[in-house]
Design a protein around this ligand. Sequence first.
Ligand SMILES: Cc1cc2nc3c(=O)[nH]c(=O)nc-3n(C[C@H](O)[C@H](O)[C@H](O)COP(=O)(O)OP(=O)(O)OC[C@H]3O[C@@H](n4cnc5c(N)ncnc54)[C@H](O)[C@@H]3O)c2cc1C
Length: 310
Amino acid sequence: MVESVVIIGSGPAGLSAAIYTAREGFSPLLIGGAVSGGQLMLTTAVENMPGFPDGVQGPELIELMRKQAERFGTRFVNEDVTGVEFSSKPLVVRTESNEYQARSVIIATGANAKVLGIPSESKLFGHGVSTCATCDGPFFKNRDVVVVGGGDTAMEDSLFLTRFCRSVTIVHRRDAFKASKAMQDKVMSNPKIKVIWNSEVSEIIGDESVSGVRIKDSSGRVTEMQAGGVFVAIGHAPNTKFLAGSMRLDSEGYIITHDEVLTDKEGVYVAGDNADRYYRQAGTASASGIKAALRVREYLQGMQKGHSEE
Ligand SMILES: Cc1cc2nc3c(=O)[nH]c(=O)nc-3n(C[C@H](O)[C@H](O)[C@H](O)COP(=O)(O)OP(=O)(O)OC[C@H]3O[C@@H](n4cnc5c(N)ncnc54)[C@H](O)[C@@H]3O)c2cc1C
């Protein structure tokens, strides 16, 4: 059997693509990963999703999207995709136990924030440790927070956090930032931001929520600092390893697209954080899932027309 559309990924991008393609009658097969639901499964309150004036819990939002996709006939498989073959038709998507053939594929596999891997980081994730300032910043009103990183994201996060937090301390392991000069200037001239150079956060302190950090400098000296939050801003890793050799990826593994959701492979579309190093929000991922679905519609209708004219 050749599927009309296979969607890889069960976060907001994949589920939004499923809602649209299912409602249009394409009966999508969604291969959602061994651990399904994506990044929103890791969070509690989502307060910035339009349509939820009182906020919504991340897992609940995913459950609602999933129900909506199911209602129109999406079929779900909870497996990881391990490989693809996009150079011939039909397109092929492989998991450990199956091989699926498809006319079109939407890749919506997201990206995971890189973490420090230090004591208490995972225990306190969501309890003062965050990887998303845009998502969580407003929860940290009047707190002293630490930002770890030295690139543009760390600068943007720090500047954004000054709108809510009492102070922001950037801890950076080198003696200079990688971020653009313009961003650095804004950071360095902001009176709420302080920088600790040549140092690493070696431990996060706190029982139920973050109360401080231990900071190790390049000479090995460890000091303790009180803090009400830690934002880890050291980059993201797109979930695209299984595409290596089959799709064009950039040096960090993001899928190279044009017009946001199109790729250089006919019938293959991309949605969400795996091609987005800038916005990384549930709403933007959802929007690109919808765009990919509308492109799939156009593509499949073009195929049908081609057949009927033959
Ligand atoms: C802690 C936290 C809090 C956040 N809070 C907010 C918030 O308040 N508001 C907001 O708008 N955004 C928030 N975000 C960001 C938001 O979650 C992401 O931008 C959004 O989930 C991206 O959607 P996506 O569908 O592109 O990817 P993801 O949500 O990452 O989903 C990717 C999916 O692909 C699957 N997958 C990966 N690899 C494979 C594979 N090989 N085979 C099959 N499936 C695979 C995964 O299992 C997952 O289902 C938060 C993120 C985090 C981490």
